[in-house]
Design a protein around this ligand. Structure first.
Ligand code: AMP
Length: 197
């Protein structure tokens, strides 16, 4: 089963993708995590992406498409994957269709986590606080200034994907404002309801 979780920054895609991947034996593919690892490792991709990410912008399509093209070929993806943070533009969505076609794979469902925009800033601040409390270093883009830009990028570039996947008959929605276990249960309901075979 190959899935996409869609939603603005702070919607809970990462948390839900991680839990769902464990429950269903799938692989979580987060381009944000992959890019942060590249930044940390100082690879050429990391060097290119670092400032863009910090400012809350989008890394060029070619860069992330290449990362995903290589990643979904890996043997651990054979039982299925959950894309979290990809695609983020219509160009990435078209490239994904093509990549899956080449590899004889298909997209089973796209699930939108619907959230109240007013809650996002508080969620992002909370994530940064929790990371610090746990002795970690918060994400450099988890601040009010970068969030504004990330939200703008979401509404300008990523939100059109909701219509794109609706038109393809792939889109389902869950209430991303519900507590974490409830959102997880709603995701299971969607997947068990026959939306995805
Ligand atoms: P995330 O962890 O998904 O919030 O992603 C963090 C940052 O990584 C984003 O704000 C972008 O700068 C970059 N990024 C992650 N995924 C993509 C993508 N699919 N396309 C472009 N930029 C991305």
């Amino acid at each position: 089963m190959n899935l996409i979780l869609l939603g603005p920054p702070g919607a809970g895609k990462g948390t839900q993708a991680e839990n769902l991947a464990k429950r269903r034996g799938l692989v979580q593919l987060s381009t944000g995590d992959m890019l942060r690892a590249a930044v940390k490792a100082g690879t050429p991709v990391g060097l290119e992406a670092s400032a863009i990410m910090e400012a809350g912008g989008l890394v060029p399509d070619e860069v992330v498409i290449k990362i995903i093209a290589e990643r979904i070929k890996e043997p651990d993806c054979v039982n299925g994957f959950i894309l979290d943070g990809f695609p983020r533009t219509l160009k990435q969505a078209a490239a994904l269709d093509e990549l899956l076609g080449f590899q004889g794979k298909k997209l089973d469902a796209v699930i939108e986590l619907k959230v109240d925009d007013n809650a996002l800033a508080a969620r992002i601040e909370n994530r940064a606080r929790e990371t610090i409390a746990a002795g970690g270093v918060p994400r450099s883009d988890d601040n009010a200034e970068a969030l504004k830009k990330r939200l703008m990028a979401y509404y300008r570039e990523t939100a059109p994907l909701i219509g794109y996947y609706f038109a393809k008959g792939k889109l389902s929605c869950v209430d991303g404002m519900a507590p974490i276990p409830e959102v997880a249960a709603q995701l299971d309901d969607v997947l068990n309801s026959g939306v995805a075979p």
